[in-house]
Design a protein around this ligand. Structure first.
Ligand SMILES: *[C@@H]1O[C@H](CO)[C@@H](O)[C@H](O)[C@H]1NC(C)=O
Ligand SMILES: *[C@@H]1O[C@H](CO)[C@@H](O)[C@H](O)[C@H]1NC(C)=O
Length: 230
């Protein structure tokens, strides 16, 4: 359900962007400044969409603090309480998805979803480290939940075990969790070649340059290292 909802939002976004801006092959501005803000999707991001700070403090995203995300009704505590440090990464993940205007190059237009966003190596490693002791019952959170109660519950026979047992490596977590929405980059934050899940907005939006780089790569028709999957 969470994912279907995201897809619907994306579809709306794609439609909006598609009609508002002519698909110019030379500029490909359609790949830049595409905002995924779910509540009020705008083609152009505004300063309020910016992500703030490095810690888990979200003045503009209060609803994401709740254990069951208000936005998608997705319950991160489906196997008991998720460790706060772990949950922080999921809040960031949701926030990146919701608020980042820089994911345009990875929207798969045919499937109306994002695919293979190159996540900075250490962002993925930290996510995995902070979550290895929390519990879950599935290695793919996209599908297969029991939604009969209105929130995601573990399906029958899916046992609650540590993250580490469902996701033996950082890549298994970051790539497997949402069916390859992310791809673990071999680049590090600050390289200008990978998307940071979180950054200090005082130093500017590091992901802007990354989106520009990949949009230009795609524009040039160069092989994009499988960034947009088929
Ligand atoms: C789904 O969850 C409900 C309780 O919320 C339970 O009664 C039902 O048996 C579950 N179905 C499956 C297929 O696990
Ligand atoms: C990442 O991989 C690409 C191609 O596989 C390579 O050209 C590049 O040098 C690598 N970058 C780093 C930081 O290892």
């Amino acid at each position: 359900m969470a994912w279907q909802m995201m897809q619907l939002l994306l579809l709306a976004l794609v439609t909006t962007v598609g009609s508002a801006q002519p698909r110019s092959a030379q500029a490909r501005t359609d790949l830049l400044n595409v905002c995924m803000n779910a509540k009020q999707h705008k083609a152009q991001p505004s300063p309020e969409d910016e992500l703030h700070g490095q810690s888990c403090v979200f003045p503009t995203h209060q609803e994401l603090h709740k254990d069951t995300s208000h936005l998608y009704n997705f319950n991160w505590d489906h196997c008991g309480k998720m460790e706060p440090a772990c949950k922080c990464h999921f809040i960031q993940d949701t926030c990146l998805y919701e608020c980042s205007p820089n994911l345009g190059p990875w929207i798969c237009w045919r499937k109306e979803r994002i695919l293979n966003v190159p996540l900075c190596k250490e962002d993925c490693e930290r996510w995995w480290e902070d979550c290895r002791t929390s519990y879950t019952c599935k290695s793919n959170w996209h599908k297969g939940w029991n939604w009969t109660s209105g929130i995601n519950e573990c399906p029958a026979r899916a046992l609650c075990r540590t993250f580490e047992s469902y996701f033996p490596t950082p890549a298994a977590l970051c790539e497997g969790l949402w069916s390859h929405s992310f791809k673990v980059s071999n680049y590090s934050g600050g390289s200008g070649r990978c998307i940071q899940m979180w950054f200090d907005s005082a130093q500017g939006n590091a992901n802007e340059e990354v989106a520009k780089f990949y949009a230009a790569t795609m524009n040039a028709g160069a092989p994009s290292h499988g960034i947009i999957g088929s």
